[in-house]
Design a protein around this ligand. Sequence first.
Ligand code: CUA
Length: 152
Amino acid sequence: AYEKLWLALAIVLILLLIGSVTYGAVGPGIAMVADSQDPVDPQALDEDDRFAEPRVEQVGEDEYAAYVEAYQFGFDPDPIVVPEHSTVTFYVTSPDVIHGFQVVGTNANTMVVPGEVAAITVEVTEPQVYGVVCNEYCGSAHHAMEGTFEVV
Ligand code: CUA
């Protein structure tokens, strides 16, 4: 009879462990990251709340969300403009092929896959203008696919 008790106890402990891990993953601190991984239909970006209008949106006192479309061959919005001394999360998706999104001179650099939403959070300080480039070969004008990120 004790074996069954121990087995039940072990199962309860395992469930508690799974519960705590799951809770951690959806806890308040990193809720945005979970949100950012919601898939998106690349054929229907104009029906998606995040990407129907690519834009920068204020989401907290010094926090901004930049919804960016990387397409053949450019970035929208362009320029991406945020105030100095803020935290910015870029959510980037593609309506066509795989692109890259790299803020030149920083370590903000990600692959952009149609149907997925790449998320990168950066902290900006002083006003500065950065280039944005695509670093995945995406077609004939890949080399000309550039944008601008302005901290003002
Ligand atoms: Cu887009 Cu290379």
